[in-house]
Write a protein that binds this ligand. Structure first.
Ligand code: DI6
Ligand code: FE
Length: 398
């Protein structure tokens, strides 16, 4: 393939703030952005390329959903009803519902069923301009099913034009057969499954759920240590329902991100800043669980901790397959600005995944673009339940 030019567009490069360029042209060669600037300054050598007039539409980096549990069996609509009848998320979990019920459904699903149900959700994200999706394991909680989840996640990238980054989340919940024996679960299942995932090239990162209803910091640390020995980057579900110092622990392991963070304190923010960890905001879970304490957005801003925004797509606390809605919620519920929300679903999401070749529009980055039928990028966060995507461009023009 040679190259092409996109002309007559407004481009939000997201390199620094929106980085808006009006009446812009963008040149792609061999799937890589090679030039971006004003149309009337387009270099002579690019004029030979086929060009497409975008009629003033807005181009942004393709969106990145950097935290999902999109591969899983079953659903939890009944649990949703229970919560509406008054049960809390923790009560549902302690009563054998919650994560563990999805574990049964996931173990009971065939690989084909897991793939098919995940693809239906993935297609919703793609339809909104998403080109990279992070997908976690964590509903298998036995070696075989954890690996099956990760294989399914990899298979999605073969079935759709989307990049998938996998995170091993064996330390997500204690399965029923290890009830009250979380340490034995970590030794017998979680660490061996992590090693197998690493050996089979199925894990790009390692995650955990550090919480009273899941694993304590000492248990999480054993997993993070093994990940580090295996050369895998780490991230962590931390401070979602209480403050156990999870983000600080993850920061000691150079975490790419700490996620949720509603109960994070100033100390934790400082530790994240020092480690360069991204704060992944998951307003879909906050909304679904009707949380009231918002993450320390002002402290992240003051300290310069990057904020990403993701769906947390999962069957329990965030049955959400719209990253645009997550961006709207990040603004309305967390008081992030539309500019921060868009950076959160592009540049900062890329950082949260350790990806350097996507998330902004600049020479050398991959051509992973979203073209929108809107004039200003704030519209992406402003509308609720409206999808203004015109097209996604990944590599070639199609
Ligand atoms: N935090 C979450 O929000 C999801 N996992 C986690 O560690 C919830 C998963 C579920 O309820 O199934
Ligand atoms: Fe999650």
């Amino acid at each position: 393939m040679a190259g092409y030019v996109l002309e007559n567009a407004t481009v939000a490069t997201m390199t620094d703030g929106y980085g808006l360029i009006e009446s812009a042209a963008l040149v792609v060669e061999d799937g890589i952005i090679s030039w971006i600037g004003k149309s009337d300054e387009l270099l002579e050598k690019f004029v030979q390329y086929p060009s497409e007039n975008l009629d003033g539409r807005l181009i942004t980096p393709a969106l990145i959903d950097c935290h999902t549990h999109i591969v899983h069996g079953g659903d939890r609509a009944r649990e949703f009803e229970m919560r509406l009848e008054g049960a809390s998320y923790e009560e549902v979990a302690r009563a054998g519902g919650g994560i563990v019920s999805t574990v049964s459904a996931t173990r009971g699903a065939s690989d084909a069923q897991l793939l098919e149900s995940a693809l239906a959700r993935v297609d919703h994200l793609i339809a909104e301009g998403v080109a990279t999706i992070e997908i976690k394991s964590g509903y298998g909680l036995d070696i075989e099913t954890e690996l099956a989840m990760l294989r399914t996640a990899r298979a999605i990238a073969d079935m759709r034009d989307v990049r998938v980054r996998t995170s091993f989340l064996g330390a997500h919940a204690v399965p029923p057969e290890y009830k009250d024996r979380p340490d034995a679960y970590i030794d017998d299942v979680c660490i061996p499954a992590l090693e197998a995932a690493r050996a089979q090239g199925l894990a790009d990162a390692v995650d955990g759920f550090c919480e009273g209803i899941a694993f304590l910091p000492e248990q999480i640390e054993r997993v993070l240590r093994r990940a580090q020995e295996l050369g895998l980057p780490v991230k962590l579900h931390a401070e979602q329902l209480s403050n156990l110092g999870g983000a600080k622990l993850a920061a000691r392991y150079g975490a790419l991100s700490a996620d949720h963070l509603e109960y994070l304190d100033a100390d934790g923010v400082a530790a994240m800043k020092a480690a360069g960890s991204v704060a992944v905001m998951l307003p879909g879970a906050f909304y679904t669980l009707r949380e009231t304490q918002i993450p320390p957005i002002d402290l992240f801003r003051a300290q310069g901790v990057g904020m990403a925004v993701a769906t947390d797509c999962n069957p329990g606390s965030s049955p959400l397959t719209s990253l645009l809605l997550a961006m709207n919620m990040a603004c309305t519920l967390f008081r992030m600005t539309p500019e921060e929300a868009l950076a959160g679903a592009t540049r900062e999401a890329a950082r949260a995944l350790g990806l350097e070749d996507t998330g902004t529009i600049a020479p050398g980055k991959k051509a992973e673009l979203a073209v929108w039928d809107i004039e200003h990028p704030a519209e992406l966060s402003y509308r609720i339940g409206y999808n203004p995507l015109c097209r996604r461009i990944v590599g070639d023009l199609s």
